[in-house]
Design a protein around this ligand. Structure first.
Ligand SMILES: *[C@@H]1O[C@H](CO)[C@@H](O)[C@H](O)[C@H]1NC(C)=O
Ligand SMILES: *[C@@H]1O[C@H](CO)[C@@H](O)[C@H](O)[C@H]1NC(C)=O
Length: 312
């Protein structure tokens, strides 16, 4: 078994699908890195989000996780969440370190499970990122979406034997997440979205990661805005409130949208999507335009340190 898993891992590293959307004839204002949701992918599902952000002047980058979208690996299978986080962190950091990008502000945007990925990317390098947009983040799976605790304990035992098995009994996530039927149909027709039942090990990784995140919300230090639909049935809005309350960040905002569902970025009515993006772009623009460029801030910070050491 581990031989097979190793094989997927090696293949995957070579074949992760990376995607970028760049404004034409215009220097991007800042960089935004997208972390997509469970069973989703960048090119088709996140396309409308990326295009909206590019129209607002940002350069947008994304990567399909292992077992997701156009990346290789068994579809719907996550061997360890650490791999996903490492792949994102490495890819995003490489882009930031390019000469033409060094001065630009760096933002992370994560939806649902991507919110958990985002928080773990932040935890790896707490001071590296300038801000985060968390859209219905999975810091805890809603109780209604979870199998019964007894079932979970059996599944955990089975997982040691057959981690790739697609058996975890949960409610249909697509129906629960997206308000508009035509969007559900689009996602069902997207060959790059995984539609089977959650695989045992993937479910276990999601559950463990979210349980652990919930315990460590106070370690979040970067500026962020967290957005959640009032009628979200997939991730728990109370935990977004908890994130807002517990995070150590001095710049934090929480936006709750009564009547909206889980899929805020593309699953809502057109009017609601406009509201959500006007909040996201407004938040980003405010920080990008008022802030100095990264490099200027770093130099300023350096001078602060020199002054302090002189005083001593
Ligand atoms: C992304 O959206 C643009 C603009 O709507 C469209 O032209 C393009 O075909 C889309 N790409 C994919 C892969 O869906
Ligand atoms: C997930 O949680 C279960 C139960 O707490 C534990 O036995 C298991 O080792 C954990 N797995 C990982 C990958 O952390």
């Amino acid at each position: 078994m581990s031989g097979i898993l190793m094989f997927f891992r090696i293949l995957k590293t070579e074949l992760s699908d990376m995607k970028r959307w760049i404004p034409v004839n215009e220097e991007p204002k800042a960089l935004i890195f997208i972390c997509h949701g469970y069973a989703m992918e960048c090119s088709i599902t996140m396309n409308s989000t990326a295009i909206r952000l590019v129209k607002a002047g940002y350069a947008v980058y994304g990567i399909d996780y292992e077992g997701h979208g156009k990346s290789s690996g068994l579809q719907g299978y996550i061997s360890t969440f650490d791999n996903v986080v490492d792949d994102c962190s490495n890819f995003f950091t490489d882009i930031c370190e390019k000469k033409e990008n060094k001065r630009k502000m760096r933002y992370l945007l994560g939806e649902s499970m991507g919110g958990a990925v985002l928080l773990l990317v932040h935890r790896k390098k707490p001071d590296y990122w300038d801000g985060a947009v968390l859209v219905a983040p999975m810091c805890k799976v809603a109780d209604d979406m979870k199998p019964h605790p007894f079932v979970i304990s059996i599944l955990r035992k089975l997982n040691k034997l057959i981690p790739t098995w697609r058996i975890v009994p949960v409610q249909d996530v697509i129906d629960a997440a997206f308000k508009r039927p035509e969007i559900r149909a689009q996602i069902r027709a997207n060959p790059y979205c995984y539609k089977g039942r959650p695989r045992l090990n993937t479910a276990n990784e999601l559950l463990n990661t979210s349980l652990e995140l919930e315990q460590r919300l106070h370690e979040v230090t970067l500026p962020f805005i967290v957005l959640h639909g009032g009628d979200d049935k997939v991730t728990d809005k109370a935990v977004s409130q908890q994130l807002y309350d517990a995070a150590a960040s001095s710049d934090k905002s929480f936006k709750l949208y009564p009547g909206m569902w889980h899929g805020l970025l593309y699953g809502e009515t057109p009017e609601n999507i406009e509201i959500v993006f006007s909040d996201i772009v407004g938040w980003l623009d405010q920080r990008t335009e008022s802030g100095n460029s990264r490099l200027e801030r770093e130099l300023k910070h350096k001078n602060d340190e020199i002054l302090i050491s002189k005083d001593l």
